[in-house]
Structures are given as structure tokens and as C-alpha cells.
Write a protein that binds this ligand. Structure first.
Ligand code: PLP
Length: 277
């Protein structure tokens, strides 16, 4: 079919703060430092790549870190939380109904009373500074491809890439979540980032395989096959779903002959441990 597919290895940015999480944390850590903070506080599920990355980044940059984890404590700790704890992150568990209200002033005040002053990083790390960091994925070489693909969770990485591309080429986000709400979420993020006029992007939400962190045998077989063929690891939650979706679109003739596609490998390989792979 004559389609050229290349991969930008953001997963190699850092051993522990891999991929888009490094991009999203960069300016937040600079801001925290400039505002005189010594503690970072953030939120995530028990297998969160963002929790893992924040713990490692905080340690390396000399911050204390607090991770507010959704749900109850399970011992022994899973590999993600074990790593976070060993990197000095204080783990605090929050019941699911309070967790849903975590951005409310009420819950934040409770956290301030408990932990004192902290620099707040939202769940998944997505905020305006994260978008600024993610826009740096776009270099001159990236702009040479016809299409750019990434996996989408909160949409911060996609929003940053859209901003960085400034309207050139086509950008496809592959949703790791079930539902269509991410398009309006990314539109909202673009508005925050003064980039809502850019519309050369779309989100494909057909390849979620049942929803966030859900997998199917077909996906796991594709991933294993891909990894063997290309000697390149993926993760079942994000990058494997994106790659499956992209291969399927290519097979179905979505792209013209001689199209060039650049896929962003957003990292997340620590998540493999949660699937015993
Ligand atoms: C967190 C994550 C994503 C999603 O990034 P968002 O900015 O939240 O959309 C994609 N891929 C990997 C590997 C991730 O860890």
C-alpha cells in the first residue's frame, strides 16, 4: 500500500518518567520550584502511569510528593504503587465518591488541612502547563509527516500536539476510553490554551476494547505479534490500542497511497507489570 509509518520514541525520554508524562510534568515542576513549593500533590488510580512518573520526577527534582490514590489500599502494593512508595511518595487512599469530587474546594481544603502547602497537579497531569510541555513533542521533523497519531486519556497530550502543529497536517487521537466526550474535552483544553481555532484533528473512539484499562484477547495477540515483529514494546492500556486502531484504519483503506504517518510512542511501559507481562 506504500504507506510509511514511523515512530517517535518518547518512551525513551527518561527511564522512569517516560513519554508524555515527562512532557506534561516539565513546566509544572519549574512552576512549583519558582513558586517556592517543596511538595507536589497529585491524583491517580492504583496503576496510574502519572502517579509512577510523578513519584520519580519529584524525587529526582528534590520535591516531596503525595499521591492521592482512588479506592482502598491493597497489600502487598502493586508494582506501580510499590515503586511510587519507594521513591518517597506518600500514598493516601481516597474512597471513590470523595475521589469524584477531588477538584472541589471542599476536598482540596481537607487535603490542605491534612498535608499543608502543596503544588497541585491534576489527575493525569493535564493542565495548561502540561499542554505547553506536550507542544514540545512537535519539532520541525514531526511537521514533515502527513499524519500524526497519539493515544488519548485526558487529552492533554493531544491538545499540546495540536497547538504545536499550528494547523499543519492531520492529527488523529485514539481514545483509550469508552465514549465520545473526549472531543469536547480537547476542545475545552484548546480554548484554555488559546488554540481553539485549530481544527485539523479528530479523535477515533472505536478502539477502546471495552473501556479504560480493559483488554480483549484480540488486542493482546496483536500486541504480542507487533512486539515480536518490530522488537518494540507497547502497553495494553494506551499504545497497543492506538497501534491496533491505526493498523486497522490502514487495512480498511483510510489512507491514500504514499501517505506518511508518525506515531508518538507515549511510553507507559510500567503499566505492563499490572497485566503480568
Ligand atoms: C497518560 C498516557 C496517555 C494519555 O495522555 P493524555 O495526555 O492524558 O491524553 C497516553 N499514553 C500513555 C502511555 C500514557 O501514559
Amino acid at each position: 500500500m506504500g504507506i510509511r509509518l514511523c515512530i517517535k520514541r518518547e518512551d525513551l525520554l527518561h527511564t522512569f518518567v517516560s513519554g508524555n508524562k515527562w512532557r506534561k510534568l516539565k513546566y509544572n515542576l519549574i512552576e512549583a520550584h519558582e513558586k517556592g513549593h517543596d511538595t507536589l500533590l497529585t491524583f491517580g488510580g492504583a496503576y496510574s502511569n502519572h502517579i509512577y512518573a510523578t513519584a520519580a520526577a519529584a524525587k529526582e527534582a528534590g520535591f516531596k510528593s503525595i499521591g492521592i490514590i482512588r479506592g482502598e489500599e491493597h497489600l502487598p502494593l502493586n508494582p506501580t504503587l510499590d515503586f511510587a512508595g519507594k521513591n518517597g511518595m506518600v500514598l493516601h487512599y481516597m474512597d471513590r465518591s470523595t475521589y469524584r469530587e477531588k477538584a472541589s474546594q471542599d476536598v482540596l481544603n481537607q487535603l490542605k488541612n491534612k498535608f499543608g502547602r502543596f503544588y497541585l497537579i491534576p489527575e493525569g497531569g493535564t493542565n495548561l502547563l502540561a499542554i505547553k510541555g506536550a507542544s514540545e513533542i512537535i519539532t520541525e521533523n514531526v511537521k514533515k509527516f502527513d499524519y500524526l497519531c497519539t493515544s488519548v486519556g485526558t487529552g492533554g497530550t493531544l491538545a499540546g500536539m495540536i497547538k504545536g502543529m499550528r494547523g499543519s497536517r492531520n492529527i488523529i487521537g485514539f481514545s483509550a476510553l469508552k465514549g465520545d466526550f473526549l472531543t469536547s474535552e480537547v476542545q475545552h483544553l484548546l480554548q484554555l490554551a488559546d488554540a481553539h481555532h485549530l481544527d485539523n484533528w479528530q479523535i477515533n473512539s472505536e478502539y477502546h476494547f471495552g473501556g479504560y484499562a480493559k483488554v480483549k484477547q484480540e488486542l493482546m495477540e496483536f500486541m504480542k505479534d507487533f512486539e515480536e515483529k518490530h522488537q518494540l514494546l507497547l502497553d495494553p492500556i494506551y499504545t497497543a490500542k492506538m497501534m491496533f486502531g491505526l493498523f486497522d484504519m490502514i487495512k480498511k483503506g483510510h489512507f491514500k497511497e504514499r501517505t506518511s504517518i508518525l506515531v508518538i510512542h507515549t511510553g507507559g511501559l510500567q503499566g505492563r507489570a499490572g497485566f503480568n507481562i
